[in-house]
Design a protein around this ligand. Structure first.
Ligand SMILES: C[C@@H](N)C(=O)N[C@H](C)C(=O)O
Ligand SMILES: [Zn+2]
Length: 228
């Protein structure tokens, strides 16, 4: 009888324990897995479209945000402060491109990043020419957080010779313009090659402008970033 009782209670204990273990394992593994999956899904979709400050992700860029100064074709400071906001997917591709430049002893200098739609309208009033300024009715990829205006600098911070200044609205700025020194052609080619390799496309008329390929369908924005 004693033996029977001890077998009976032991089997009850074992079954409760195994049931709990199996149950909690199943629940835990399912829940954790699904929560993680959900979190992962959310992280991927949110992080790729959200706007963030480039310098929160990398300090390896040089910023010379021209529209935060009076030294631009508007002759007016149209940004409150010099920050480079972009969608995270643009930041990711830009960092990869910059890593390639760094390996070669160069880095990217930025002249412009995300640009509010109202600033695009101001630009269009001054230069209503879609070769050089995107029509705000359609919007620029800058307004979608997917375009950058850039050049390359060496270890001393000297800009490589690209043949014209940034925002020179003339044929000499075009990738198709050939009456340029071999150095200029080489420098433009280097910029283009690395940017295209990392998910960007060039604009024929402006050697400095690059659009993230995967940004055309993103929404136009008009927010101004916080300067504090
Ligand atoms: C204004 C110039 N820096 C520029 O970015 N032009 C392109 C075409 C744009 O406005 O998208
Ligand atoms: Zn541009």
């Amino acid at each position: 009888m004693k033996l029977f009782k001890s077998i009976f209670y032991t089997s009850i204990l074992l079954s409760v324990f195994s049931c709990k273990t199996a149950n909690s394992n199943t629940i835990n593994s399912n829940n954790i897995a699904s929560i993680k999956t959900n979190e992962k899904k959310q992280t991927i979709s949110v992080s790729d479209t959200v706007f963030e400050n480039l310098t929160d992700h990398s300090k390896d860029f040089i910023l010379e945000m021209k529209y935060a100064t009076n030294d631009n074709f508007l002759n007016s400071k149209v940004y409150d402060c010099a920050s480079c906001y972009l969608r995270i997917k643009t930041i990711k591709s830009l960092i990869k491109a910059n890593e390639e430049f760094l390996k070669k002893g160069y880095r990217i200098k930025l002249f412009d990043c995300y640009r509010p739609l109202d600033v695009q309208k101001k630009m269009w009033k001054i230069v209503p020419n879609a070769t050089y300024v995107a029509n705000p009715k359609r919007g620029s990829i800058h307004n979608r957080g997917g375009a950058v205006d850039i050049t390359i600098v060496d270890k001393q911070g000297n800009e490589l010779d690209m043949g014209t200044k940034f925002d020179h609205f003339g044929p000499e700025s075009s990738h198709l313009f050939t009456k340029l020194s071999s150095d200029v052609i080489k420098n433009r080619k280097l910029l283009k090659k690395i940017m295209i390799k990392n998910g960007f496309e060039s604009l024929d008329s402006e050697w400095w402008h690059y659009n993230l390929k995967d940004a055309k369908k993103d929404a136009l924005s008009n927010f101004s970033w916080n300067c504090n």
